[in-house]
Design a protein around this ligand. Structure first.
Ligand SMILES: Nc1ncnc2c1ncn2[C@@H]1O[C@H](COP(=O)(O)OP(=O)(O)OP(=O)(O)O)[C@@H](O)[C@H]1O
Ligand SMILES: [Mg+2]
Length: 328
């Protein structure tokens, strides 16, 4: 049950759009969007990507995946393949001496008779800086889930962040900060040397949860208020909000639960029970299979559920910042 509109995030978007406009004039920047699983890092990045496209930017996105044997440069390669599909990569790279570097990652750039160059993170990052800056008004490169990134991608991000000034490129990386990772370490180090900015994505406020419930259910104010009571234990996690609503709808109990929460006495009694039902169904994967509940979502659902029990203690907005302070 997805919210058709982005809730909150006005301040974050203002900052990012200012950086986007600066990138369009050649002052490239880098941002790390951090926070708990399901807090809305990707949604924020997607919103920025749409705004960027509306401004004539070319937008590229690739993501790291959890893997025992990570593919080198996976997120970077995925982003470049998008460029390849649009045809603009061949055009942009045609004159570049770095074409052979990119050809190693994206076969369609290969030229007959030319052997491909051996790649390393520095040459890949330099190729990205040169080629992406040539497309559109500027480019936005979104690299998702850096906490799972392969070492080559991490080293590429390290170099990119240091060399964005003078380029029409905005780099936005998302990563979870709830557990240690090499991606988190490099983000801290890059932020500490002021080559990128930290944007800790906060949980939604109570009012924003109410707004999100209203948007998800396409409901009037009274229903949204009742739904926000049902969602009280989601602790401001948008992913949990969606899951609880979806689980209640799938069980056929949504209307009944909302009705109970319209009446405070009944609501008090029903509150714990309805959340326990929805939460545990989600946690133990008893939720009826929905196509969007892929393996990654179920994993995230489990972790989100775990976090609901630590209200407030799960807030992570200072985790990267604390790390940066100790790095300095
Ligand atoms: N501000 C928001 N307004 C409306 N819906 C939101 C908002 N933030 C997130 N969502 C929704 O909540 C769900 C989880 O968000 P998202 O995937 O962006 O989380 P995430 O922080 O990227 O999680 P992960 O660490 O697992 O990648 C998505 O379906 C998204 O559309
Ligand atoms: Mg995400």
């Amino acid at each position: 049950m997805l919210s058709p509109v982005l809730i909150g995030r006005d301040a974050e978007l203002r900052t990012l759009v200012t950086a986007l406009d600066a990138a369009g004039t050649g002052s490239g920047r880098a941002f790390f969007l951090t926070g708990d699983p399901g807090v809305g890092k990707s949604r924020l990045a997607a919103e920025l990507s749409s705004l960027a496209e509306g401004r004539g930017f070319a937008s590229y996105r690739g993501r790291a995946v959890q893997s025992a044997s990570p593919v080198p440069f996976r997120p970077v390669t995925e982003a470049l393949m998008q460029l390849g599909r649009s045809g603009s990569l061949v055009q942009a790279a045609s004159e570049s001496e770095y074409r052979s570097v990119l050809a190693t990652l994206v076969p369609e750039l290969g030229q007959p008779g030319r052997t491909s160059t051996e790649v390393n993170p520095l040459t890949v990052a330099e190729a990205l800086l040169r080629v992406l800056a040539l497309t559109g008004t500027g480019s936005i490169l979104i690299l998702e889930d850096l906490h799972w990134a392969d070492p080559e991608t991490i080293a590429t991000v390290d170099y990119l962040a240091d060399n964005l000034d003078g380029r029409r490129l905005l780099l936005v990386a998302t990563l979870r900060d709830d557990e240690p990772s090499a991606g988190l370490d490099i983000a801290r180090s890059i932020i500490a040397r002021r080559s990128a900015e930290l944007m800790a994505v906060p949980r939604l406020t109570e009012h924003e949860v109410e707004q999100m419930a209203g948007a998800c259910l396409d409901a009037d104010h009274e229903t949204a208020v009742a739904a926000s009571r049902l969602l009280a234990n989601c602790d401001g996690l948008p992913f949990a909000v969606e899951e609880v609503l979806a689980a209640a709808a799938a069980s056929g109990q949504l209307e009944h639960r909302l009705e109970c929460h319209r009446q405070p006495v009944c609501g008090e009694a029903a509150h714990g029970a309805s959340l326990r039902a929805a939460g545990s169904a989600s946690a133990r994967h008893r939720t009826p299979p929905r196509s969007e509940l892929d393996a990654r979502t179920r994993f995230r659902s489990h972790r989100s559920t775990r976090r609901w029990s630590s209200r407030g203690g799960g807030r992570t907005s200072h985790r990267v910042r604390d790390g940066v302070e100790s790095d300095r």
